[in-house]
Design a protein around this ligand. Structure first.
Ligand code: IMP
Length: 193
């Protein structure tokens, strides 16, 4: 069985990824390795942050490790909130405040094209890095709709859908989501090794 560390404190993500990877992989999260400090994310890109997190854990544990980083990229805002998505309206990481800030900046803006993008960085047993990406294109709604999901889900409508992400079931969202697609690419790679 192959041992892998997922550099996340989010148990929900861990369970989701264990389901995708199957029984050939023993997956550990940060708490399993007694890593409780906040890992620095000081790069200006999703790729840089994901690599920084995965490398931090690899250097501290010597184990193969992967990390993800996600951003909402809005064309009319020059790709913002992007790498700043979690803290767009301030350090409290308040989703409601983040959405209010985006909607205020998008007031009267016609081009509402946006995408969620997830980058996964994987550091293998030999310390080599590999990057995987998943995207979902869509647009920013005029106001929040729906109660499911988290983050910016109520103001994002995926292309080809009439509902916002917050109106889709978790299962329906995972099939087309940025994170689901990035994880699928990563899991396919692991399965081929
Ligand atoms: P993280 O890299 O997964 O922690 O995501 C960074 C931020 O992007 C989160 O704090 C959310 O604000 C936003 N975000 C990430 N994934 C999603 C999603 O699936 N729906 C809505 N917002 C998301």
């Amino acid at each position: 069985m192959k041992t892998l560390v997922f550099a996340t404190a989010n148990k929900h993500k861990l369970i989701e990824v264990q389901g995708l990877l199957g029984e050939g992989f023993a997956l550990y999260c940060l708490a399993d390795l007694q890593i409780t400090e906040e890992i620095p994310e000081t790069s200006g890109t999703l790729e840089g942050n994901a690599l920084q997190k995965a490398m931090y854990v690899y250097e501290h544990t010597g184990k193969a490790c992967f990390a993800d980083d996600t951003g909402l990229e809005i064309d009319a805002l020059n790709g913002n909130p992007g790498v700043y998505s979690a803290r767009y309206a301030g350090p409290e990481k308040d989703s409601q405040a983040n959405m209010r800030k985006v909607l205020a900046e998008m007031q009267g803006v016609e081009n509402r094209a946006a995408r969620f993008r997830t980058v996964i960085a994987y550091i293998d047993d030999d310390g080599q890095s590999h990057l995987f990406e998943g995207k979902v294109e869509g647009e920013i709604l005029l106001q929040p709709v729906g109660d499911e999901g988290f983050g910016y889900d109520p103001i994002f409508r995926p292309a080809g859908y009439t509902e916002s992400f917050a109106q889709l079931s978790l299962e329906a969202k995972n099939k087309i989501s940025h994170r689901g697609r990035a994880m699928q690419a990563f899991c396919q790679y692991l399965g081929e090794q």
